[in-house]
Ligand binder design. Structure first.
Ligand SMILES: [Zn+2]
Length: 217
């Protein structure tokens, strides 16, 4: 099964994609992770991608398409994949269709995770992460607080919150997402593969599992 996972930043798209991949025993292909890995390894591709990402620009379609095209030739993708972060534009969606078509495959389902803006904002603003890198536990001071405020339940280290995000910046990111995703939604709607997923309680601990259940229903 070839699945394209859509959802706003902070919607839980990445977590849902990971659980979905595990359940279906398919590789989770995140273009963000792939670029980060190439950048870390210092490959030519990584250097090229970094020249855009470091300036806050989007990586050009051609570069993104090529990295995905190569990944889709790997043996582990022959029964399907969960794509996360790709396609991001209609041109990328058309390229993906062409790549899959060559192998006699197609995109089977495109779940869009829909979570209210306020939940996303609360989730990002109240996120607290364990400062112990080996632990890395994530809390939410509103929805999933630690037992002792500011202290990790698991390892007792100090919790840190990101301060560079404010409500306005998150709101802006959500607007940019919606503006850019519309073409893609229209494209997949026309192909009859788009499914809207609205978790009943997006703040629940198992919200991502619930979303996966809904996708596989
Ligand atoms: Zn910890």
């Amino acid at each position: 099964m070839y699945i394209v996972m859509l959802g706003a930043p902070g919607s839980g798209k990445g977590t849902t994609a990971k659980i979905l991949a595990k359940r279906l025993n398919l590789p989770h292909i995140s273009t963000g992770d792939m670029f980060r890995e190439q950048i870390k390894k210092g490959t030519e591709l990584g250097k090229l991608a970094d020249s855009y990402i470091s300036k806050g620009e989007l990586v050009p379609d051609e570069l993104t398409i090529n990295i995905v095209k190569d990944r889709l030739t790997w043996e582990d993708t022959k029964n399907g994949v969960i794509l996360d972060g790709f396609p991001r534009t209609k041109a990328q969606a058309e390229a993906l269709d062409a790549i899959l078509q060559e192998a006699g495959k197609k995109v089977d389902i495109v779940p869009e995770l829909i979570v209210p803006d306020q939940v996303i904002i609360d989730r990002i603003l109240n996120r607290a992460t364990c400062s112990n890198k080996e632990c890395g536990a994530i809390y939410n001071t509103k929805y999933k607080p630690s037992k002792v405020p500011g202290v990790c339940d698991i390892c007792g280290s100090k919790l840190v919150t990101r301060t560079d995000d404010n409500e306005e910046a998150i709101q802006n990111r959500l607007e940019v997402y919606r503006k850019n995703v519309q073409d893609l939604l229209d494209y997949y709607k026309e192909k009859n593969v788009l499914v809207s997923i609205t978790p009943e309680d997006p703040t629940a601990d198992n919200a991502s599992e619930q979303a996966v259940d809904e996708i596989l229903k």
